[in-house]
Design a protein around this ligand. Structure first.
Ligand SMILES: Cc1cc2nc3c(=O)[nH]c(=O)nc-3n(C[C@H](O)[C@H](O)[C@H](O)COP(=O)(O)OP(=O)(O)OC[C@H]3O[C@@H](n4cnc5c(N)ncnc54)[C@H](O)[C@@H]3O)c2cc1C
Length: 497
């Protein structure tokens, strides 16, 4: 296949990863033939219900509207994540999407807030936090002017992952992607160049392509099993290795945020959808038995369970290469980071846009593959450090949590970031790092890391002027949010139900 133009792609797997890839490639590159094989017998992992705002860009690129999402995936809006009991029992904070206040004379707002001794809670300067607390939300169309507090109201979705895959399948097939139903029993490689040559289904059909996307889930059928690419295991830093998931009946109006509550050996999630609530316990099997974990989860849910808890097993980390030869892994086939900050679906989105950006004309493409792998590893490392920080900065007493405090991060980057914030109140963001300054600020303050100082430039604004600006920012945010409808009204307006 050396030097052959790239004309066909076979996607193995029809979970969120497979159908996201099929829909995006069929939309953006209609000149490439996209085929997808999935097995109803094996099914999909089916969890993955919380997202981050970048999902809006993905949907928009496919022409999927909010009304489509709300109607077809039972979605609700998400404005952030509440972390309950993470610092210590009884303490909680919100990590909202979006910025706090606005820079004053080019200096980040929070330096002024530190200067005032944090008298007014920082969240009063963040539209997402105010909206989340009051249950009010709307997407304003046309978008509000940049100086409106609502211009910084950023939302994502909570949705039913199986229904999202179904919606994407419809989009992909409408744009020419072909689906094959069947279980792959064998994948073969060229003895000389090591490239994947095809997959064989249980009924004997053989499917071949120029490029293969491994979206086969945790098994990593093509990249891990067939191409033999190893796994970089991060369980030393992120030891949670199991989850129990259980849906429950909805018993209240959906709230506008995901709730993540720390437990003795991990944390539970609560994700409100229109038709039900998604719940789960992510835990370390070295610190709690499966039975105890199930009991903790069932005691924590607040609606009637709709099924028995389902267990999922995983190891934090990623494949040593995401692209090897003519195989690229997306989703769980490429790696796993626990869903604490709802990043897995976003990681799929990143790989798709990276592939579309770097798509070679032919294979092999050694330089492209190296760059693709370098960027993909960076994504994982950046998110890993953010997750690790939530665990490291805790004051809880159980062995699991004491061990998290005592575990040093894998490299100096995280330690330096914490030290910089403590000393100066400053937060730096590396190029393209997913979590921006506001996210680090929310979680650092939430996890009890206090800055000892702030930028000297923040002293240059006279005291009364600063007080007036801060009062204006707080008041305009509260007033703008108060005019929004409640989420349920807004959803009804868009869906007509
Ligand atoms: C407990 C838990 C909670 C999560 N929560 C979130 C969250 O809130 N937010 C978020 O962004 N992400 C979350 N994730 C991650 C998210 O679920 C996944 O990233 C996403 O669902 C993508 O899964 P996938 O498509 O890679 O794999 P899967 O859904 O497992 O799909 C694999 C596909 O491969 C097919 N397949 C496998 N073997 C074969 C074979 N031999 N022949 C044919 N077909 C085959 C299967 O039939 C299936 O179609 C969570 C994950 C877990 C484990």
């Amino acid at each position: 296949m050396s030097g052959q133009p790239l004309r066909t792609i076979l996607i193995v797997g029809g979970g969120t990863a497979g159908w996201m890839a099929a829909a995006a490639i069929a939309t953006v590159m209609p000149n490439i033939a996209v085929e997808l094989v999935e097995s109803d017998e094996i099914g999909i992992v089916g969890v993955g219900e919380a997202t981050i705002p970048q999902i809006n860009l993905f949907n928009a690129s496919l022409g999927i509207s909010d009304a489509d999402m709300l109607r077809e995936t039972q979605a609700t809006y998400k404005l952030g994540i509440e972390f309950a009991d993470w610092l210590e029992e009884g303490h909680s904070y919100l990590h909202p999407f979006g910025a706090f206040g606005v820079p004053i004379n080019g200096v980040d707002f929070w330096h002024f807030w530190i200067r005032t001794g944090g008298r007014v809670p920082l969240h009063e300067f963040n539209a997402n936090s105010v909206a989340a607390a009051t249950g009010r939300f709307a997407k304003i169309n046309p978008p509000p002017p940049p100086n409106s507090p609502l211009a910084k109201l950023f939302s994502a979705f909570h949705f039913d992952a199986s229904l999202y895959a179904r919606l994407l399948r419809r989009v992909a097939e409408a744009r020419g992607a072909t689906r094959h139903e069947g279980r792959i029993v064998e994948a073969t490689r060229d003895a000389e160049n090591g490239m994947l040559t095809g997959v064989t289904l249980a009924d004997g059909r053989v499917l071949t392509a120029d490029l293969y996307l491994d979206c086969s889930g945790f098994r990593s059928l093509l990249l891990g099993e067939t191409m033999g690419v190893g796994y970089r295991d991060w369980s030393r830093w992120l030891p949670c290795d199991r989850a129990l998931a259980v849906p429950t009946e909805r018993h209240e109006e959906p709230i506008l945020y995901t709730r993540a509550t720390a437990r003795a050996a991990g944390w539970t999630w609560r994700i409100p959808l229109q038709h039900r609530t998604g719940n789960g316990y992510v835990y370390s099997s070295a610190h709690v038995s499966d039975d105890e974990a199930a009991a903790t989860l069932l005691a924590a849910v607040d609606g009637k369970p709709l099924a028995e808890p389902r267990q999922l097993r995983f190891t934090a980390g990623h494949r040593e290469e995401f692209w090897h030869g003519n195989v690229i892994a997306l989703g769980l086939a490429g790696g796993f980071l626990e869903p604490l900050e709802s990043t897995s679906i976003h990681l799929i989105q990143l790989v798709i846009s990276r592939l579309l950006t770097l798509m070679p004309r032919s294979l092999p493409a050694t330089g492209t593959v190296a760059e693709f792998n370098r960027q993909s590893v960076k994504d994982y490392e950046g998110i890993r450090d953010f997750l690790l920080f939530h665990y490291w900065a805790n004051r809880r007493g159980e062995p699991f949590w004491r061990e998290r405090r005592a575990t040093l991060p894998p490299d100096q980057t995280l330690a330096d970031r914490i030290a910089l914030f403590r000393e100066t109140g400053r937060i730096t963001r590396e190029n393209n790092e997913l979590f921006a300054e506001a996210s680090w600020l929310a979680v650092m303050l939430g996890q009890g890391v206090e800055p000892a100082a702030y930028s000297p430039l923040a002293d240059l604004v006279p005291e009364q002027e600063l007080a007036d600006i801060m009062a204006m920012l707080r008041d305009t945010t509260a007033q703008a949010v108060a005019k929004l409808p409640f989420q349920a009204e807004f959803i009804r307006g868009l869906t007509g139900v």
